[in-house]
Design a protein around this ligand. Sequence first.
Ligand code: ZN
Length: 190
Amino acid sequence: MTANATSLPNAHPYTGTDKIIVGNGNQLAITHIGNTQLTGLHKSLNLNEVLCVPAIHKNLISIRRFCCDNDFYFKMDANGFYLKDNKTEKVLLTGSSFDGLYHIQTSLFIACQIACYGKRTTQDVWHARLGHPSYSVFTTLLDKYHLPLDGAIVSNKNCHICSLGKSCRLPFEDRQSHAQFSLAFLHLDL
Ligand SMILES: [Zn+2]
């Protein structure tokens, strides 16, 4: 149950006669019904036939229905709960317990269509984003993941960060002294 009908994409008005009866005997009206999803750790989790009850103060989930709508199992103790996939045993959702309730730390996923657009960027930016890889690794990543590049790729690009990263010694200081004859100064690189 949720109080907010906007979290139910494609919700439609509830035409049944059922009411939600709460502890003090009040009967709460159901206005809409619809499906939605929760964003889990590895995949989205289905919530089918969710009731919109505007008078409730907290979203409530029937664990049995939740487990029936998804192929997972639910375990809880005094501190919290977790959901695990029946086949893979992967943890899909965790939560803590306080105020006598188990709280799911995620938001209702609204399955609406979202338009996204991106902009091609330069070789220098991709090189930095990918962690300053070598040219061969860089081209492999570009090909493998079809990264959109603005302009042609250049093999001998100079990167100041890479140069600093590969330097193992500081440069020699400038000296103003000059030798007056051969072997007057000896420079040793120890
Ligand atoms: Zn670099």
